[in-house]
Design a protein around this ligand. Structure first.
Ligand SMILES: *Cc1c(COP(=O)(O)O)cnc(C)c1O
Length: 431
């Protein structure tokens, strides 16, 4: 060893370093906290104009690749990947609203989103009005105030499978120059792309269908890129006024993408909701097969729903693909290629039958998740919706005998055989 050969500890850290270029078929997993700068000026440019990659909390090539993939599938202009669906919802809302502002939300939303509005945003001074009858544009219009900064709803909701009339509610948002934010987790961009119907922002829990394998958490915000400073600047001073240091506004730098740029620069990295590049890679792998999975899941789910609806021990099935569902015509208008695969079934045997059901499933997995390639079951009344009052649960379609099913890609005959056996067990318990 010569005098200038680095020593053991130094070699352990630096011997593997390389700048060799290669062209991998798959997006590499850039599992790195940060990136070497090419030079003095590059570092300054990165901090000044945000060019290139510096630190993974503000940008990472693996994450960026998945953002491009999801923006394209959702027919958006750009996307921001974050650590979870909850992070996507809160990031989208904090991008458009602040203390003293107001949001109008559908009642038929994920319980975690509802808690965010009621417990957390309320403490930050952002007030929410909930709309029950989401099919009535006047109900939305009546809830809007001068301080309202967004309308929020799910394209397809759990537990009742309500379908949002996206174009009608987007029109109400347009009247006040505020964005309609749609949580498209249950429908996925394979079945409906809300931006094509007038929504401004789409959010997802990528933990569900987008990943599909149930191995990681993630979330995404997709923006239509049509922020209009002239029409909507008065609702978004943080986008159109000069920066804190007197520099150009977010809108001056990013134009129609001002909302997403603000989320990327000032919300997600500050609140720290950054995704792991490894998780981003796994989400990207899942998204490649999204269409195949959702097509199969939707077909399986409709077959299971039709079978359940004819079963004598079943009180009702809330699957929007069934002509008996009140939103079936709306679903036929908005959903293409299937009717989704998360729905509820209510058993005549009530709580005892529901308990027997989850305790006897073999192909179905008893857990709190949806959109997995495996079929899953959960009893919402004692889990996700346990903190609601019985009256609220009834309005939401969650009864003591109600079970939520998320249908996977198994052979559908095996799913139906599992259900037939389980319903027979449940009948014995109830007898
Ligand atoms: C699961 C879910 C979320 C939250 O997503 P996480 O990835 O679990 O944080 C938000 N909205 C809907 C509709 C969901 O199903």
């Amino acid at each position: 060893m010569t005098a200038d050969t680095p020593r053991f500890a130094t070699r352990a850290l630096h011997a593997a370093r390389t700048r060799d270029a290669a062209t991998p078929r798959a997006t590499p997993i850039y599992l790195t906290a940060g990136f070497e700068f090419d030079g003095f000026d590059h570092a300054a440019e990165h901090f000044g104009a945000g060019s290139g990659f510096g630190y993974t909390r503000t940008g990472n090539p693996t994450v960026r690749a998945v953002e491009r993939q999801l923006a394209s599938l959702e027919a958006g202009a750009d996307a921001l990947l974050v650590a979870s669906g909850q992070a996507a919802v809160v990031t989208a809302l904090l991008t458009v609203a602040g203390a003293g502002d107001h949001v109008v939300s559908s009642t038929h939303i994920y319980e975690g989103s509802r808690g965010l509005f009621l417990d957390n945003l309320a403490r930050l001074g952002i007030e929410t009005t909930f709309v029950d009858d989401i099919a009535d544009p006047d109900a939305w219009r009546a809830a809007v105030r001068p301080t309202t900064r967004a309308l929020f709803a799910e394209s397809l909701s759990n537990a009742r499978n309500d379908v949002l009339d996206i174009a009608a509610v987007a029109a109400v948002a347009d009247e006040s120059a505020i964005p309609l934010i749609v949580d498209n987790t249950l429908a996925t961009p394979y079945l409906v792309r809300p931006i094509e119907h007038g929504a401004a922002i789409v959010v997802h829990s990528a933990s569900k269908f987008l990943a599909g394998h149930g191995s990681v958490l993630g979330g995404v915000i997709v923006d239509d890129g049509r922020f209009d400073a002239a029409a909507a600047g008065h609702n978004a001073p943080h986008l159109v006024l000069p920066a804190r240091d007197g520099g150009p506004s977010v809108e001056a730098r990013h134009g129609g993408l001002a909302r997403l740029a603000y989320a990327r620069e000032s919300v997600a990295p500050r609140f720290g909701a950054s995704p792991s590049p490894l998780n981003a890679f796994l989400i990207g792998q899942g998204v490649e097969t999204l269409g195949l999975r959702v097509e199969r899941q939707s077909r399986n789910a409709l077959a299971v729903a039709e079978w359940l609806e004819c079963h004598p021990d079943v009180e009702s099935v809330d699957h929007v693909g069934l002509p008996s569902h009140p939103h079936h015509p709306l679903a036929s208008r908005y959903l293409r290629g299937g009717f989704g695969s998360v729905f509820t079934v209510t058993l005549r045997g009530g709580l005892a039958a529901a308990r027997a059901f989850v305790e006897h499933v073999e192909v179905f997995v008893h857990m709190t998740h949806i959109g997995d390639v495996r079929s899953l079951v959960l009893h919402p009344g004692t889990t996700s919706h346990a903190r609601r009052t019985p009256e609220e649960r009834a309005v939401l379609g969650v009864h003591p005998g109600t079970l939520r099913l998320s249908i996977g890609i198994e052979d559908v005959d095996d799913l139906i055989a599992d259900l037939a056996r389980v319903l027979a067990e449940a009948r014995e318990v109830a007898a």
